[in-house]
Design a protein. Structure first.
Length: 368
C-alpha cells in the first residue's frame, strides 16, 4: 500500500469512527412483580318470600334488591305464594315455587319474571327444586290428591310421575339435578300403606328408577332433602331417625355417612366442589324454654356455626370456586322471620320489599 493509499484509508477510518454512536450496554428494565389478582365480583340470587299476617308473596333478591313475582288470584283467607328454588343460566333468572290459584295450589316457575303454571286437573301441585340444563327447565315436586301424594318432576311443562311403594301413600320429591342425559331426583317414600301415618324412608330416583337409601334404625326412618352429582358419584343429604332424635347425614353412592356429633340436627342441602363436600343445615342448641336451632355448614364433616343473633335455619348452599353461599333465615323474636344469606360466613340480612318478614330458601351465585 502506498503512502497516499494509507493516508486515504486512515482518513476514512477516522471519519467512520467519528460518526459511529458510542456503544453502551443495553438497559435492562426490571419486570414488575405481579400484584394480587383482583377478586371477581359475584352476583347473589336468593329465592324466597315475604310475609304479612294474612298473606305470603313469592319473590327473589338480586344482590339484595327485592323483585316480586306475579301470582294467580286466590280467594282463600290466606293465599300461599312461595318461591322455593332459583337457578341462573346466562342472562336468564329462573325461579320455581307454587301459588294459590282459584282455590288450588299450582306449581309454577318464572323465567325473568314471566310465570308458567304447572297445573294438574285433579290435584294440587307443589314445586320444591329446580335446575336448568341447556334450554330445558327441570322441576321436582309432587301432586297432592288430598288422601295421597305422587312424587314427580316436570321437564318444561311435561310431568313425569315417579315410582313408589304403592298407591294411597304420601311420597315427595324434594330435589333434582341433571348430569349428562340422566335425571336424578331425591325424596321420601312412605313405607306405611296407610297414608294417615307416615313411615318415611329416604331415596332417590335415576331416570325414574327408585334407589332406596339405608337409614339408621330398623324401620329405615329418614328423609332425603338434596342431591348433587360430582366426580361420577351421587351425593344425597338428609337426616335419619336416631333414637328419639334426628341425625344429619349424607350418602355417597348409597353409602351413609353420619354426623353423629351434631345430634339433633338436619342436613338440608349439599354441594361438592373438587374433593370437598359442603352441606348446609341446622343443629339444635337449646332445650325446653331455651330451645333454638343454629344454622350451620359442614365441610368434610366438620361443622361451622353461622352467625345468627337468635334461632335460625340454613336451607340452601351454593359453592362458586372458593366462595360458599348459604341461604336461610333467623327468628326476630316475633311472628316474623328475617331472611338472609351468608357469603363465606358473613351474614347479609335481606328486606322482602315492604313486607315485615320473610324467608330465604334457595341461593345461586354467578360472576358479574
Amino acid at each position: 500500500m502506498t503512502s497516499i493509499q494509507r493516508s486515504i484509508f486512515t482518513s476514512v477510518l477516522m471519519i467512520c469512527l467519528f460518526l459511529m454512536p458510542a456503544c453502551r450496554p443495553e438497559e435492562v428494565v426490571p419486570t414488575p412483580e405481579p400484584g394480587p389478582k383482583a377478586a371477581r365480583e359475584t352476583v347473589v340470587h336468593v329465592a324466597g318470600w315475604g310475609d304479612t299476617e294474612d298473606e305470603s308473596f313469592a319473590g327473589y333478591w338480586q344482590d339484595g334488591q327485592w323483585k316480586g313475582l306475579s301470582a294467580c288470584s286466590d280467594p282463600r283467607e290466606r293465599p300461599w305464594r312461595y318461591a322455593n328454588a332459583i337457578s341462573v343460566s346466562g342472562d336468564d333468572v329462573y325461579v320455581a315455587g307454587y301459588n294459590g290459584c282459584d282455590s288450588k295450589l299450582v306449581a309454577c316457575y318464572w323465567k325473568n319474571g314471566v310465570r308458567t303454571d304447572l297445573a294438574h286437573p285433579a290435584a294440587d301441585s307443589h314445586a320444591r327444586s329446580m335446575c336448568v340444563s341447556g334450554d330445558d327447565v327441570y322441576i321436582a315436586g309432587w301432586l297432592d290428591f288430598g288422601d295421597y301424594t305422587i312424587p314427580c318432576y316436570w321437564k318444561n311443562d311435561a310431568c313425569t310421575e315417579l315410582n313408589r311403594l304403592g298407591p294411597s301413600r304420601v311420597d315427595m320429591a324434594e330435589a333434582i339435578v341433571v348430569s349428562g342425559n340422566d335425571v336424578y331426583v331425591a325424596g321420601t317414600v312412605n313405607r306405611n300403606p296407610d297414608a294417615s301415618q307416615m313411615i318415611a324412608s329416604p331415596c332417590y330416583w335415576k331416570n325414574g328408577e327408585r334407589v332406596d337409601l339405608k337409614a339408621y334404625d330398623t324401620l329405615n326412618l329418614g328423609f332425603a332433602h338434596s342431591i348433587c352429582v360430582a366426580n361420577g358419584k351421587v351425593y344425597v343429604a338428609g337426616h335419619v331417625a336416631y333414637g328419639c332424635s334426628s341425625m344429619p347425614c349424607y350418602w355417597v353412592d348409597g353409602v351413609r355417612y353420619d354426623l353423629k356429633n351434631d345430634v339433633p340436627g338436619w342436613a338440608n342441602s349439599i354441594q361438592v366442589s373438587g374433593t370437598d363436600i359442603h352441606i348446609a343445615g341446622m343443629v339444635q342448641t337449646g332445650e325446653g324454654e331455651s330451645y333454638k336451632t343454629t344454622p350451620c355448614v359442614w365441610k368434610n364433616k366438620v361443622r361451622t356455626d353461622l352467625d345468627m343473633a337468635d334461632s335460625g335455619s340454613a336451607w340452601s348452599i351454593f359453592v362458586l370456586d372458593q366462595n360458599v353461599f348459604v341461604a336461610g333465615f333467623g327468628n326476630s323474636g316475633s311472628y316474623y322471620k328475617v331472611p338472609c344469606y351468608w357469603k363465606n360466613g358473613v351474614r347479609t340480612d335481606l328486606v322482602p320489599g315492604g313486607y315485615p318478614g320473610g324467608c330465604a330458601h334457595s341461593v345461586f351465585a354467578t360472576y358479574r
